[in-house]
Design a protein around this ligand. Structure first.
Ligand SMILES: NC(=O)c1ccc[n+]([C@@H]2O[C@H](COP(=O)([O-])OP(=O)(O)OC[C@H]3O[C@@H](n4cnc5c(N)ncnc54)[C@H](O)[C@@H]3O)[C@@H](O)[C@H]2O)c1
Length: 489
């Protein structure tokens, strides 16, 4: 089985008195997990800060790697600010196997675009490391098959970092369902709305092409399908999907009478088209107005030509912006799910019906996008809370439970500091210190990753065929109903 040196038990040095304990500790310091990170873009910062900050006692970043050397440099500077004694090693992504083998690496953290996950997971496992991968596990059935084979052949661990499970409100709903207060779950009604800032952002970047992200059913909704699978502790069996690109893209823009637009949001950045000031055009992202985006992407374009600010009404978008699904679960419940990516507010509503009552979770992450010329708002309001409110809708969250024949009551939700209501911090702690026994079962392995992408993969197949698709017919290489084969994290 995989290497168990990744988590550290601070109490493992048992000694007769403090002096001998100190001596034993310095003679036998606890081995830190030796980590490499691949993909030094936006998401990697959370892991890098954690390794050089709160979790520096259990984890060591031995090296990082990216196809863009400019973004590696960005993080070299950041780690100096975080107090690193010197730069960490950097290596070419093509040398991942050799680097793992030559440097006794325990874990690879994969924060590259979705379409690359399967390659790096398989390579990491086969080279002898465990893998921590951002969601989604992968984007298609072929990726699932390859990952399943590599997990089974190497016996190593894959952790998929489903941080949404750790959001206190989502954990609270899990507790309610698990407690049995609403009885046996019969159906779930789940709708997620992304607004014209956050939702639009998926149509500017690599995500806009299905071959890169699998579309929002994989890239975004894998979070949501994982939540449902975990909330109700069940396995998706059959999926029917409908949807399309109805708002973003050149054809929709033309149909609504929008005139010619620049190819990108950053004016004078070397492309054709009339520059439109971001202040006048709420859909234009001017990378120069965000110091971090400028340093990570605009300043490093000359290395790879990657544009982070493509116009959302240009051609080339192959993903949907409106989606609806019906998912049948093995144990009987039905999920009705919808996703909209151009909503005026952002948040979600989920209702869980049970044989003894109903639980309803309502979350408003950004009550309105009140566009003004002098005010910028965070792209992702779940990661960076925003204050914008309108007089009708308020930012906030509410979990209400009502049993048959009884009045409704509200369940308190206790948030912590940091992104996703403190959920990111809890996830990182589990990741770097080991979760111990979690009664909510939040740590997730590769089978959870497979189960969540199985809905999106089946959904994409259903969008193509117009027919329901059974997850068992996707050829994912694993029986989704079996118990996880990976060891506890
Ligand atoms: N859990 C969450 O809340 C959350 C939030 C954001 C992103 N993510 C996930 O994190 C991953 C990265 O997303 P991001 O927003 O940081 O993207 P990004 O575009 O900001 O960063 C990706 C990085 O990978 C590099 N890269 C591209 N191809 C590569 C390759 N073949 N080999 C090595 N490096 C390569 C890019 O140069 C870039 O630096 C995605 O899988 C995404 O789904 C998860």
């Amino acid at each position: 089985m995989g290497n168990t040196a990744n988590t550290v038990n601070p109490g493992s040095a048992v000694a007769a008195d403090d002096t001998t304990a100190d001596a034993a500790a310095s003679a036998n310091p606890v081995r830190k997990a030796r980590i490499v990170l691949i993909g030094t873009g936006g998401r990697s910062e959370m892991y890098i800060r954690a390794i050089f900050g709160k979790h520096s006692d259990t984890a060591e970043l031995v090296a990082f790697s990216d196809v863009n050397p400019g973004r590696v440099e960005f993080y070299q500077k950041l780690i100096q600010e975080l107090g690193a004694p010197g730069p960490v090693a950097a290596f070419d992504p093509a040398d991942l196997t050799a680097f793992i083998r030559d440097n006794d690496i325990d874990r690879v953290v994969v924060t590259t675009p979705d379409y690359t996950h399967a390659d790096y997971i398989v390579e990491g496992l086969e080279a002898g490391a465990d893998v921590v991968v951002e969601k989604p596990l992968t984007i298609d059935a072929e990726g699932c098959r390859r990952i399943t084979r590599a997990v089974e052949e190497t016996g190593r661990n894959v952790v998929v970092t489903f941080n949404y499970r750790y959001s206190p409100r989502n954990s609270a709903l899990k507790e309610i369902i698990q407690s049995g207060v609403i009885g046996k779950v019969t159906s779930i009604d789940f709708s997620w709305v992304l607004d014209t800032v956050h939702g639009a952002d998926y149509f500017r970047r690599w995500h806009r092409e299905k071959k890169n992200s699998g579309g929002l059913l994989i890239h975004k909704a894998s979070h949501h399908f994982d939540l449902v699978n975990w909330w109700i502790d069940d396995v998706p069996e059959r999926v029917f999907a409908s949807g399309g690109l109805r708002f973003y893209g050149d054809k929709n823009a033309a149909a609504r009478g929008l005139g010619p637009r620049p190819e990108r949001g950053t004016p004078d950045a070397g492309t054709a088209g009339t520059p439109v000031s971001a202040a006048k055009d709420p859909f234009a992202l001017d990378l120069r107005e965000d110091e971090r985006l400028k340093a990570l992407f605009l300043d490093n374009e000359h290395f790879d030509g990657y544009r982070r600010d493509q116009d959302v009404f240009t051609s080339g978008i192959t993903i949907e912006d409106n989606l609806a699904l019906v998912v049948d679960y093995h144990g009987g419940p039905t999920l009705s799910y919808s996703l909209n990516a151009h909503s005026p507010w952002e948040g979600y509503r989920v209702a869980v019906n049970g044989t003894e009552g109903r639980a309803e979770l309502e979350v408003v992450e950004r009550a309105a996008v009140l566009h003004s010329t002098d005010k910028k708002t965070a792209v992702d309001p779940s990661a960076t809370p925003v204050e914008e409110e309108d007089s009708v809708r308020r930012n906030g969250e509410r979990l209400v439970v009502q049993r048959h024949w009884e009045a409704a009551y509200e369940v308190p939700i206790v948030n912590g500091e940091g992104g996703h209501g403190g959920g990111d911090e809890l996830l990182l702690s589990d990741l770097f210190n080991g979760p111990g026994e979690d009664p909510l079962g939040r740590p997730s392995g590769y089978l959870d990753g497979l189960r969540s992408v199985s809905v999106g993969i089946a959904g994409n197949a259903s969008l193509e065929s117009g027919l329901p698709v059974r997850t068992a017919d996707l050829g994912l290489g694993a029986d989704l109903r079996r118990a996880p084969v990976t060891r506890a994290q």
